[in-house]
Each structure stands twice: as C-alpha cells, then as structure tokens.
Design a binder for this molecule. Structure first.
Ligand code: NAD
Length: 396
C-alpha cells in the first residue's frame, strides 16, 4: 500500500528516558509503515539542552510558531539531582515553561476514555477538559532566600520613572520570598481560547481562582474573564460560571462531567493530574498547547517515567503505557491534515486512535490499566507487545 503523504512538516521534539524509548518505537511501528512522515527534528534531551545552553528549546518554540504544529516527547526538568546524574554544566529552565511562555497559550487536557475503565469518581460520566493558562505565575517567578531580618518590598518603576512600592513583609528572621507576574494580554487570550472552545464544543465553561484572598492578582483574572464574557460570549450563548477554586473542586467531584474547567497555571498543573489519575492513569490524557497565533503543540501530560527507564536500562521490558504519546502524534498529524487540507492523513490519525482504544477494549493493555480494568485481562502486556497489538489492529 502506498504511504500517506504530508504537505507540510510538523515540528518533532524528542525528549528523555522511557518516553524517548517509546517515541522511537511508536515511530517505527505505528507511523513510518503508513505515513511518509515529514518532520523538522529537535533533540530536547537534557544532555543536548545542556550542550546547546538551551538554545535548542528556543529554536524549537520558534519552529512551532513558524510551522504551526509540533509534537513533543516528555523531557526532564533539570534539578541539582539530575545535574549530578547527567553531569550537566548548568541548570536549564523547564523546557515546557520556556515553550509555553514563548507560545503564550492555553493547555487543554482531556482524559482518553475506554469502556473497560471506570472513573474513580463514580459521578463522572463525561470527560472534564482542563484548560490551563500556560503563561506566568509561579512558572516565571523570581524568588530569593532571605538571609537575615530585613524589609522585603515590591517595586514597579515605569518607563517614565514613575514608581509604586509596597511592603511585602518586614521580616524579623531569615526566610524566603517570591515574586510573580502575569500580563493582561495573556490573561485575555487565555480567556478567549477557553470561551472559543466552550462555544465550539457547546460545553459549559467554569473558571476558578481565589480572589477572596488574592484580591488584585486573582481578581484581575476574574475581571478579565467577566469582561470578555459580557462583551462577546454571553450573547453567543456560552454558559459561564466563576467560582472559588476550593468550591469548584468540591463541586467537581459530584458533577457528571462534560465541562471545560479553566485554571490558572499552577492550579491547572495539579488539577489535570487529579482528573487524569481519577480517570484511570496519567497516560490516559491528551494535552495540547494552543497559542493565540494559532500554533498547536501536542504532548503527553505525563513525565519521562524515570523509574521504568532505570529498569529498561537493566534490560527489562517495562509495561509503560504509550497511549498519551500515541495520541500526541495523532493529534499533531490530524491538526496538520486539517490545516493542510489532507483528508487521508486526518483519517489515518483517527484510525490509529480508534485502533489504540479498541486494542485496550479487547483486553490488551499495559499494567497501569490492567490493575483497574473491568473485566481484568489475563495478563498485562509490556509496551512492545502493546504497540505491536495496536499496529496489528491499525494495519488490519
Ligand atoms: N511534560 C513533561 O515533559 C513532563 C511532565 C512531568 C514531569 N516531567 C519530568 O519527568 C521526570 C519524571 O517525573 P515524575 O516521576 O514526577 O512524573 P511521571 O509522570 O514520569 O511519573 C509519575 C508517576 O506516574 C507513573 N506514570 C507516568 N506515566 C506513565 C506511563 N506512561 N505508564 C505507566 N506509568 C506512568 C510513573 O511510573 C510514576 O509513578 C522528571 O524529570 C520531570 O521533570 C516531564
């Protein structure tokens, strides 16, 4: 059978550890036999980021903005432990934080559901889509160890020399301090991305923050969402609710799902893992970063699955779930097809997704799912067996 051709390339961003191993396997077994894959390749392994002093991360973000579609493997965020482990010159910034801040987008995360896995939250009948603001807050903070008693202040100096200054704390002893920021424009484009999706998908939108405590910072988010809603989206028929984050969480565990839950950057990080885990596994979650310029970056929501990697290095065939990585590829290929007007590529991506789900539903799955599936499979497959089973279904 002739391979499906692509008009334009996608940006391929390779990563680290177990997900890097699976990345190559997915390409070899599920993509290259069927598609004449066109990619612009960037190696974001921690060693290459170190070698290039992280310029490779900036280059790949520019490439996503230029080509419009990227697909990213999970990457290690460097820490002092990882610096020692990989003999790195310096600590580099989190690649996801760098890319997200350059694309200034919103991350949408949605559980991948299969009939044999029931959500841990019995009331959830439909997926909950988490919309995570991908700019600023604690991910672009400035923090300081305070060595001794002294005053900490926030100071703004305008271009014309105007100044505003407030006391953070008159500290009586050593401690810590952190400064964060966000931009009206970024919050507005976050709100717009969320309202647009709510309108397209005909789903209610919730936004939750903590404006009772953070009256100016979280209050600004709340005000800008409301401003846009009243100006454009109320009359378009979107259902929108603001609530306090603790109230939203209390209500979400009793809700039937089928909503978009917009979260600030850190809340979205935490809540998307909660939704993924309650829906089955971290590996059963799609993740796409949408920039206001219309660029899309698809990835798995989980990390590099470090412990499995150490076992794989010792020669073990691990049972690491590759579903989110497969869906990152299918999401990117389907979006490329949509933008380029190439239906055969779109159909291939949807067929591969369907093959992945029906492989699981017919009882072939990795250990994380086997532990919670009903009915239980006789045994869990390792990643190689599972990918072969998906390839068999996709090629049939
Ligand atoms: N998107 C990203 O690039 C990203 C996200 C999170 C963490 N990280 C990085 O990943 C590394 C490991 O971090 P972590 O352990 O906190 O997160 P992780 O997501 O790799 O693992 C968390 C837990 O979930 C399990 N798990 C995750 N994905 C799985 C899969 N596909 N199949 C089976 N089990 C799975 C792991 O075994 C582990 O118990 C760190 O260096 C971190 O910086 C990267």
């Amino acid at each position: 059978m002739p391979k499906i051709s692509m008009k334009n390339p996608i940006v391929e961003i390779d990563g680290d550890e177990m997900t890097r191993v699976l990345w190559a396997l997915i390409k070899e077994k599920l993509l290259l036999p069927f598609v004449d894959l066109k990619t612009e390749y960037y190696d974001l392994s921690i060693t290459n980021r170190d070698r290039t002093q992280d310029s490779v991360t900036v280059d790949c973000a520019h490439a996503i903005l230029r080509l419009g579609v990227g697909v990213k493997c999970a990457t290690i965020t460097s820490t002092v432990e990882r610096q020692a482990e990989y003999k790195l010159g310096a600590l580099t910034a989190s690649p996801n934080a760098t890319i997200r801040s350059m694309l200034d987008g919103t991350v949408f995360r949605k559980p991948i559901t299969v009939s044999c896995i029931k959500s841990a939250i019995g009331t959830w009948k439909k997926p909950i889509i988490i919309a995570r603001h991908a700019y600023g807050d604690v991910y672009k903070n400035a923090e300081m160890l305070i060595p001794a008693a002294g005053k900490v202040e926030l100071v703004w100096t305008g271009a014309d020399g105007a100044e505003q200054r407030i006391l953070v704390s008159d500290m009586k002893a050593p401690g810590i301090v952190q400064g964060m920021h966000n931009l009206d424009e970024s919050i507005r484009s976050f709100a717009r991305c969320c309202f647009r999706l709510a309108l397209d998908e005909k789903l209610p939108l919730w936004f939750a923050a903590k404006d009772t405590i953070s009256k100016i910072y979280d209050g600004r988010f709340k005000a800008l969402f409301e401003e846009l809603y009243e100006r454009e989206y109320r009359k378009a028929g979107v259902s929108y609710t603001y609530s306090l984050i603790d109230d939203a969480l209390a209500r979400i565990v009793k809700h039937e799902g089928g909503i978009i839950w917009a979260c600030k950057n850190y809340d979205g990080d935490v809540m998307s893992d909660m939704v993924a885990s309650a829906s089955g596994s971290l590996a059963m979650m799609t993740s796409v970063l949408v920039s206001p310029e219309g660029a899309f970056e698809y990835e798995a929501a989980h990390g590099t699955v470090q412990r499995h990697y150490y076992r794989w290095q010792k020669g073990e065939k691990t049972s690491t779930n590759p579903v989110a990585l497969i869906f990152a590829w299918t999401g990117a290929l389907a979006k490329r097809a949509e933008l380029d007007g190439t239906p055969p590529l779109f159909d291939f991506a949807k067929r591969l997704e369907a093959a992945t789900l029906s492989t699981i539903e017919s009882g072939s799955m990795t250990a994380d799912l086997a532990a919670i599936a009903d009915p239980k499979p006789q045994r869990a497959l390792d990643s190689w067996e599972f990918i072969d089973a998906v390839g068999g279904t996709a090629g049939a």
